[in-house]
Ligand binder design. Structure first.
Ligand SMILES: [Zn+2]
Length: 149
């Protein structure tokens, strides 16, 4: 019996959502799908180097759930790379909660969702770092939850 799940919190929406191997005819091309929360787990754990505990906290899930999401994500990516499949990033069960950013130079704080380029301060263009979100703060989130991206 499936309980209704809380959506996972995602702070990053990718600019690129489709990867296709070169030189494979379309009719032979198979696709794997990576959900937004799986991408977020990869970003937090593998790119930002957070511990599972911290990643779980950022996404508003338990540590075992975070680990499960991450394992699924690794499997998807491995399958695409090893078996030469296309990778589509879409769907999932998530809500978009902007990253809270902080400039180390001028102390400016702001929020932003996507981070295609290195995060730069809108004031001084200094390098920004991501602040951990306060517990229970996530209901004042961005109203535009993109259901059908
Ligand atoms: Zn600044």
């Amino acid at each position: 019996m499936a309980r209704p799940r809380k959506p996972r919190r995602v702070a990053f929406l990718p600019g690129v959502t489709y990867f296709k191997p070169r030189g494979i005819p379309l009719r032979l091309l198979e696709e794997v799908q990576l959900s937004m929360e799986e991408l977020e787990a990869l970003r937090l754990k593998d790119l930002e180097g957070l511990e599972q505990e911290q990643g779980a906290e950022r996404m508003g899930v338990s540590r075992p759930t975070f680990q499960r999401i991450l394992e699924k994500a690794h499997r998807c990516v491995a399958e695409a790379l090893v078996l030469g499949k296309a990778l589509r990033i879409e769907g999932g069960d998530y809500e978009v909660v902007p990253m809270q950013l902080h400039c180390r130079h001028c102390n400016h704080r702001w929020e932003q969702t996507a981070a295609d380029s290195p995060l730069a301060c809108p004031n001084c263009e200094g390098q920004a770092s991501e602040l951990p979100r306060q517990q229970g703060h996530h209901h004042q989130c961005c109203p535009c939850i993109p259901e059908d991206r």
